[in-house]
Design a protein. Structure first.
Length: 706
């Protein structure tokens, strides 16, 4: 989540308004100034408005009709924080001098001080129409339009002012802030090149301008142009103070570039410099970045200790609460994150970090409707914000109906070949309820025995979310198999309870009734398998994981099978996701039927594996995995095993995704010892609608306008 370093309250900073407008009128006032007023003029010129108010106030009593005194006093009052009082002063003065340009323009400007830009706009429009060559009127109109975020017209008028007075510093400053606002507008609309162009124009007028450089660096952070971001921060670092800001920015850039160790080293450097400089604000920002870098490097214990220190040092500060929430997100303690984001929102209901952070935490907690509501609220406050829009897109993708088509070709060293076609349509009816209907046709042939068979499987799945992180999946269907002149139909059933009882534990309990259809011989025997399974995956914050699968199978040929598969793995890298581990598999059958199918009394396999998943580019992902080891069939000597799988996924458009994959295995547990199996396939997925079917109902129910 990044935002431009931009004027905090209005597109044109209040400081700029005071600076620009004062110098416009100082010349006019000076023409009628008496020497006694010189100290007051200097106070106004230096921005000492409260002192100027004190200076001119006695003159308003001794010279109550003096126009210059009243204008100067009105400006001092308005610019020292009482714009409404100034407006009244100028309004009364205008009654006495109805067509006086100097009084008019000060009166109009007082609306700007009070942030009454809509009221000022028609006044300035009329003024420039009557005074088309007046520099002060044109610049005042440009500033008014800028504050109304009408940047295109504001830029046109400020350029007109500079045509009249090309070297006027106030007009150049106004144009700088107009371009900053215009650049921010384009960035919010994700037109980064146009925003970058405007900021570069500012640097032509003001080389090494800090505001422009920081905004430019942030664009490069958003667009993940790490090298350009770092170069821009280095240009910014002209003073010891600025170098700390730059280092904090570089640390974030290194994180975006996935160089976490360098990010941490840079953050440490920034913090050390801030401590030496004894700048409170910079020290806070550096301490914040340092803890973030610890979290990025998954040094969670150190990060937690640092946050505890910061809590005592800066109690109930939003940035400290945000660090606690971020740590919770990284360690899967989403309840903790939500609690801290709520505290941020109590302090500041319009906080970007609080609103979008809470939305992400709700999504991670599987609380989908609250995640939608909170994300849309974020977009109400920050229209078109990239990260919030991205989260809505992610939510919609998860619940948008899609159709899927898969084609695969299989062959093995037992002279079996098979072609499988599967079509499916998935339709979520709400965030809790989704249905899938699928049809699979599989034809298989043995080229040695000339046995042929095919099967038709029609299946309907229903998935219901009982509560967050707990889903119930049920499937019913029919398997119709045909071979020679014979056919049979068997029901297929599946029920699975998917749970996440702890933040680091996934647990599945399941039952499945399946008809064996691997090859023609097995189809002919009409073997039905009843699987009872327990699957769990235990993950940790220190990159170690443990996956296990226990399956007990009862078959209609009165045989029984017990299977244990367990895998201990270590996540070496996050991007690309790279893990290595060791797998162990143990299988036993009650009856040994080697002439029919692989059914040893005892089978063991031990293998080492590696798995990598990453991106080729923004639209193309890849994965590859391989395992090798030894397998033991009963009392026979060990034999080697090898299996591998690889695939590429490409997103052709927002609605069309394609996969190609291939896999190979010689693991004996498939059908027989010495068995080799290969499969290649293609899968296409197409989203049938642009958004979930229930989204409009959800928006209406919760009064979401977007």
């Amino acid at each position: 989540m990044y935002s431009l370093y931009y004027c905090s309250n209005n597109p044109t900073c209040s400081i700029m308004r005071k600076f620009a407008s004062f110098f416009i009128f100082l010349i006019t006032i000076s023409l009628t100034a008496q020497e006694d007023f010189t100290p007051g003029f200097k106070l106004l010129e230096n921005g000492d408005f409260k002192e100027a108010k004190t200076f001119f106030e006695p003159f308003t009593k001794s010279l109550p009709t003096n126009k210059t005194v009243l204008i100067c006093y009105g400006r001092a009052v308005g610019l020292s924080g009482e714009p409404e009082v100034a407006n009244t002063i100028f309004k009364d003065l205008l009654k006495k001098h109805p067509n006086d340009f100097e009084v008019q323009i000060n009166y109009y400007e007082s609306f700007l001080w009070a942030n009454q830009y809509q009221e000022a706009k028609p006044l300035y429009a009329d003024l420039v129409a009557k005074n088309p060559e007046n520099f002060a009127a044109i610049l005042g109109y440009a500033n008014t339009l800028s504050n109304l975020k009408e940047y295109k017209d504001a830029l046109k008028w400020v350029n007109k002012a500079l045509e009249i007075d090309p070297n006027n510093g106030s007009a150049k400053v106004s144009r700088k802030y107009i371009k900053l606002g215009y650049a921010n507008y384009y960035v919010n609309n994700q037109n980064y090149k146009k925003g970058e162009s405007l900021l570069n124009e500012i640097l032509e007028d003001f080389p090494d301008d800090k505001d422009a450089l920081l905004n430019l660096a942030n664009i490069f952070l958003i667009t993940k142009e790490v090298k350009k971001a770092k170069e821009t921060y280095y240009k910014y670092a002209k003073t010891p103070k600025d170098s700390i800001t730059a280092l904090n920015g570089v640390a974030l850039a290194e994180h975006i570039g996935e160089k976490e160790k360098i990010a941490l080293e840079t953050a440490i450097n920034a913090k050390q410099k801030a401590i030496k400089l004894k700048d409170t604000e910079l020290l806070e920002k550096s301490e914040e970045r340092y803890v973030q870098a610890l979290i990025w490097n998954r040094k969670f214990v150190s990060a937690k200790k640092e946050i505890s220190v910061l809590e005592e040092k800066y109690p109930n500060r939003n940035w400290v609460l945000a660090l606690k929430a971020t740590l919770g997100m990284y360690t899967a303690k989403f309840k903790t994150s939500i609690t801290n984001y709520d505290k941020i929102l109590v302090n500041d209901s319009l906080s970007f970090d609080g609103n979008l952070g809470k939305a992400n935490a709700l999504f991670a907690s599987d609380k989908i409707v609250p995640a939608y509501i909170t994300t849309y609220k974020t977009l109400d406050i920050f229209p078109k914000q990239k990260d919030a829009s991205g989260l809505i897109k992610k939510l919609n993708t998860n619940y948008t109906p899609f159709a899927e088509q898969q084609v695969s070709y299989t062959f093995d060293n037992g002279d079996n070949t098979a072609i499988s076609l599967r079509s499916a349509v998935m339709v979520p009816l709400s965030t809790k309820f989704r249905t899938t209907v699928s049809y699979q046709y599989r034809t298989t042939e043995n080229t040695t025995t000339n046995n042929k068979a095919n099967s038709h499987i029609v299946q309907a799945d229903i998935e219901y979310k009982l509560m967050p992180q707990t889903n119930l999946l049920t499937s019913v269907g029919l398997n119709n198999s045909r071979f020679s002149n014979t056919a049979y139909t068997q029901p297929i059933i599946q029920a699975k309870l998917q749970m996440k009882p702890l933040s680091f534990l996934n647990l599945d309990l399941g039952y499945q009734r399946e008809v064996q259809n691997f090859n023609a011989e097995l189809i002919e025997r009409e073997i039905v398998m009843n699987h009872y399974s327990l699957i769990y995956n235990l993950s940790t914050n220190f990159n170690l994981g443990w996956y296990s699968q226990l399956i007990h199978t009862k078959q209609t040929d009165n045989n029984e099978r017990n299977l244990l598969f367990t895998s201990l793995y270590y996540n070496v890298l996050r991007k690309p996701a790279l893990k290595f581990g060791v797998n162990y598999q143990y299988i036993t059958f009650k009856d040994q039927l080697p002439l029919i199918y692989f059914s040893p009394d005892k089978y063991k396999a031990l293998e080492l594996f590696g798995d990598v998943r990453g991106k080729i580019n923004s639209k193309t992902n890849y994965f590859a995995s391989a395992a090798t080891g030894l397998q033991y069939v009963e009392e026979q000597d060990a034999s080697s095993l090898f299996r591998a799988e690889a695939g590429v996924t490409h997103q052709f458009s927002d609605r069309l995704i394609g996969d190609i994959y291939a896999k190979y295995s010689n693991i004996a547990s498939a059908t027989a010892a010495g068995f080799e199996f290969t499969e290649v396939g293609i899968k296409l997925k197409y989203y049938l609608t642009k958004q979930p079917l229930f989204l409009d109902r959800l928006k209406k129910k919760y009064s979401i306008n977007k």
